[in-house]
Design a binder for this molecule. Structure first.
Ligand code: GLN
Length: 446
């Protein structure tokens, strides 16, 4: 832990992956484990881990990268944080992200810009950009992120590491600062597939605090790591390979398909016909849920409070106007509009119907296939400042990741190639609650 903290102090000067490092707490926890003795059978015992800063940590600042929560010290731990602590993993700090997880480059943080370790002029992706960069830069071996529309898979693709968005309900969301409650999942970010499976086992399972967490048994996700892919049926959705995809990214997917064929799998083209409506449906649903979830930041109960308000209404308006950044305000307006009495049928309801069609698309493919192979993001990491001023471009970039959230499926991005020296990831999408097969195929590729 001491070495990790020293390394972070050195490396993070250039990367800015962390918002707050918990030096004192980490050393205290390490000391307690030293005194109790390391448990050799527990791979996580004494393991330094980083947490995205939308996971609440008791007594330690949790900001969601927002001015609204700049000085917020939660009074409890998220279930995933508690589970890791019980396994004696050591949380060393909280990582940078887009404010309230809204964004895809970590440039929407109220506090700092995180740099991609492969080229510090490039973004680390987002919104879990700090967690992905911290793992890629070797600051920690593992981190947790959250994924509402791609926020684990896209940054790990940009950083050449491994990230899993588990099935909706696989991991408790208790203590995850909510963005889109029907889409959000917490998941592990690691350097390799085997570590990822271990970490998912550590955080998965039913939780009485989260009624959407599943009662299904949690299997040993590492059980089939070395079983190979012989006889497996893998589909590549043609809609995901369409125009707009960077040539090198496309080639990386085709190469990955070839690798799987050589390893004994069948790889064929499949169709997810409603893919083109995904971005519109996702931004309506996620923003609607966000507008509701963010109502609690009212300047009264906790978080930022404007100083010069003359009455209650002004206190709400000023606290929210000053506390939230531009992207968060854009989503609140979009969501409030979509849910309003006059427009609900035209927007929210329509988006919910599209979501059902997209779920049916996946269900049809999974009748005949074990897994879907797809690009994770349309491009490799782009330049800091390049896309952020154009929200539509930013939203379109999520087209390949957000269908998985709308359908509640598990999806993992693994490093598969390079484009001009920058890593390119591919995505493996599985049947509901079948993370084990994703890990099996991911490990075979490595
Ligand atoms: N980029 C997407 C968005 O801005 C996804 C974010 C996420 O998964 N948290 O909504």
């Amino acid at each position: 832990t001491k070495q990790t903290l020293a390394n972070i102090a050195e490396v993070d000067k250039d990367i800015n992956a962390f918002i707050n490092v918990d030096e004192e707490g980490a050393l205290q926890r390490a000391k307690a484990i030293d005194e109790a003795g390391i448990d050799a059978d527990n791979l996580l015992s004494g393991m330094p881990i980083a947490l995205k800063d939308n996971l609440v940590t008791k007594g330690f600042k949790t900001t969601a990268a927002s001015k609204m929560l700049e000085n917020f010290k939660p009074i409890y731990n998220a279930t995933v944080v508690e589970k890791l602590a019980n396994l004696n993993a050591i949380s060393v700090g909280k990582t940078n992200m887009d404010e309230f997880a809204m964004g895809g480059s970590t440039e929407n943080s109220a506090f700092k810009i995180t740099h991609n370790p492969w080229d510090t002029n490039k973004v680390p992706g987002g919104s879990s950009g700090g967690s992905a960069a911290a793992v890629a830069a070797g600051e920690v071996l593992a981190a947790l992120g959250s994924d509402t529309g791609g926020s684990i898979r896209q940054p790990v693709s940009f950083n050449g590491v491994v990230g899993m968005k588990p099935t909706y309900g696989r991991v408790s969301r208790w203590g995850l600062i909510a963005f889109g409650s029907s889409l959000d999942q917490i998941g592990p970010i690691t350097r390799n597939v085997a570590d990822n499976a271990t970490l998912l086992n550590a955080i998965a399972g039913h939780d009485d605090h989260d009624m959407t967490s599943s009662n299904k048994d949690v299997p040993d996700f590492s059980a089939n790591l070395n079983a190979g892919v012989k006889g497996m049926k893998i589909g590549i959705p043609s809609e995901f390979m369409a125009a707009g995809l960077d040539d090198d990214v496309k080639q990386t997917v085709l190469d990955a398909a070839e690798t799987y064929r050589k390893l004994g799998a069948t790889v064929e083209e499949v169709s997810l016909p409603h893919t083109e409506y995904g971005v519109a449906a996702y931004y309506i649903i996620s923003s609607s849920e966000a507008s509701s979830n963010l109502q609690r930041f009212d300047g009264i109960r906790y978080g930022y409070r404007a100083e010069d308000a003359k009455n209650l209404e002004e206190l709400y308006v000023k606290s929210r106007s000053q506390g939230f950044g531009d992207e968060v305000k854009r989503r609140i307006m979009l969501g409030t509009f979509s849910l309003s009495a006059g427009f609900y049928d035209a927007y929210f309801k329509k988006a919910a119907q599209v979501r059902t069609l997209m779920i049916n698309d996946f269900t049809n493919v999974f009748k005949d296939y074990d897994l879907i192979l797809a690009p994770t993001a349309p491009t490799p990491a782009y330049g800091i400042g390049e896309d952020i001023s154009d929200p539509m471009t930013m939203y379109m970039n999520d087209v390949l990741t957000l269908p998985v959230n709308l359908a509640g499926l598990p999806g993992m991005s693994i490093p598969a190639g390079f484009s001009n020296g920058l890593p390119v990831g591919v995505q493996l999408i599985g049947k509901p609650f079948d993370e084990t097969t994703i890990y099996q195929a991911g490990n075979a590729f490595e």
